[in-house]
Ligand binder design. Structure first.
Ligand SMILES: [Mn+2]
Length: 498
């Protein structure tokens, strides 16, 4: 064995990693994996599969999918005395080099330390595979000290349009399709949110509506077109506990049982009172400080930590809607009598690839530490990107067009959906006495077709601030031409734009 190693080194080749004896990653193994993938990222696209062979990828994905499958939609974490601190991490978006710096600066998961990752691990950046594998390996090594939540990019649609699918294929070739399917399966098992000490709620996008309660003697409505959307009310923690995880791509057009998952991963806070359609993204909701206050007080919470908006998405809203900047990686968006809603973004100098002539934001990123006994008063730490980055090309068209692939990832998603064990029970609990009928919703009631049109235009014109700003599944349901104009508009304006 020693001879083989020496030979491998002499020949300039890399020894492939394998799980330690016993078949389970130790903390030392995960650290070795981190360093090996970091070294490989400097050597080009072909290096990863040399050091992390497809077999090991499959072992990690399969095992971690099973661990996640056993976790509920809403994690309820009560740190023990020995687990002194919870560190929350926002969007990382394939910026693996920066994630390694984050661990260097702020420590790694351990028996004394919980890490909570708030979704959007993949797409945009060049090292989504490495990011996902490292976090999955940590999850396997320390399942009660590492938690992974779902973002809107952990699904079939975004990963096809914003680089991850192409990245997997580029790095794993013939084995790529199977690996990608296993990744989609893992995504479908990710919990949607975590509650820390019953006081702090961590979720990717924002607040959500409850699906309608079943009416006696009536068939349960199947999709959102079957109901009057304006009758939907703000969801509660109990609704979230009862919700499914969203399947391969959370979409209430496909199944009303996915309403909570879809809203939760796509929504954004707004300075304007009320809750209504998220016109900028074309999916999810926007909600004002009054809605945050209602949710905090009704559920006994003091803090909501969400992510989902980088400097590009926030830039437009900062000027037009007076939302605070996330240039430091952190912003307090709502401050109400009961508590706060904050945004946390952990990808510095984002996005990694900008379209030609596009502004760069040079943003710092942040993590939040929650400590006993209070947990609801976060300590913020910011950090800068590792620059220059290893040479890499984007896996998506930064000018906006989606990369075409031979096989539709949506069809791969449907195939998985069909076999999904996630039964997606609709919530039996409707939030009583909560009205979400505010200005935005009222406007829609007066002139819904016009509002829909505006929504499509806004979604198209806004281009992809989050990468995945407009949701084509929803657009396509309204009008195929809207989806086409959206694609055209993205091409004109460039993804990752303001
Ligand atoms: Mn997001």
């Amino acid at each position: 064995m020693a001879d083989q190693c020496a030979e491998a080194k002499a020949a300039g080749t890399v020894e492939p990693l394998q799980l330690p004896a016993g078949g389970k990653p130790s903390v030392d193994f995960v650290k070795q994996l981190q360093q090996s993938m970091l070294d490989a990222s400097w050597k080009g696209v072909g290096a990863l599969s040399q050091v992390v062979p497809a077999k090991l990828v499959t072992q990690i994905l399969t095992k971690v999918s099973n661990i996640l499958d056993a976790e509920p939609t809403l994690l309820e974490v009560q740190p023990s005395v020995s687990q002194q601190r919870v560190t929350v991490v926002g969007d990382t978006h394939g910026q693996y080099i920066d994630l390694c710096r984050l661990f260097d600066l702020f420590g790694q998961p351990s028996a004394e330390r919980i890490f909570m990752f708030n979704g959007d691990y993949v797409d945009r950046g060049a090292w989504g595979v490495e990011t996902l594998l490292l976090l999955a390996a940590w999850k396997w090594a320390l399942p009660r000290n590492v938690y992974l939540l779902r973002g809107n990019h952990e699904g079939a649609y975004c990963t096809k349009h914003y680089g991850f699918f192409a990245e997997v294929m580029a790095k794993y070739g013939a084995a790529g399709k199977t690996i990608y399917k296993n990744m989609l399966r893992l995504f479908s098992h990710l919990p949607l949110a975590a509650l820390v000490e019953a006081k702090v709620l961590i979720l990717h996008g924002g607040l959500f509506r409850a699906p309608p309660a079943k009416t006696k003697g009536q068939p349960r409505p199947r999709c959102i077109q079957d109901i009057d959307e304006e009758s939907l009310e703000l969801g509660t923690l109990d609704d979230l506990r009862a919700a499914g995880k969203g399947g391969v791509d959370p979409d209430p057009d496909h199944s009303l049982a996915q309403l909570i998952a879809s809203d939760l991963v796509w929504s954004d806070p707004s300075p304007t009172a009320g809750m209504g359609h998220n016109m900028l993204r074309g999916v999810g909701q926007v909600f004002g400080p009054d809605v945050t206050e209602r949710f905090l007080s009704q559920n006994g919470l003091r803090l909501i930590i969400r992510s989902h908006e980088g400097p590009d998405a926030r830039h437009k809203r900062a000027t037009e809607q007076k939302m605070p900047s996330v240039g430091s990686g952190y912003s307090v968006d709502h401050e109400t009598p009961s508590g706060k809603l904050v945004t946390l973004f952990s990808a510095p100098d984002y996005p990694q690839f900008a379209a030609e002539g596009e502004e760069r934001y040079h943003n710092r990123a942040a993590v939040l530490h929650l400590s006993a006994p209070d947990y609801a008063t976060p300590a913020v730490e910011s950090f800068e990107a590792v620059l220059p980055r290893p040479e890499a090309a984007p896996y998506y068209d930064t000018a906006g067009g989606a990369a075409d692939s031979e096989e539709s990832t949506e069809s791969m998603g449907r195939e998985l959906e069909h076999h999904s064990s996630d039964t997606e029970q609709a919530s039996p609990v409707a939030a009583a006495g909560i009205s979400n009928s505010k200005q935005q919703v009222a406007a829609a009631a007066h002139d819904k077709p016009q509002q829909e049109q505006q929504q499509q235009i806004a979604a198209a014109a806004a281009a992809a601030a989050d990468g995945c700003q407009s949701h084509p599944l929803q657009q396509a349901a309204h009008s195929p031409s809207a989806a086409r104009s959206s694609k055209k508009s993205r091409t004109e304006q460039g993804a990752g734009a303001r």
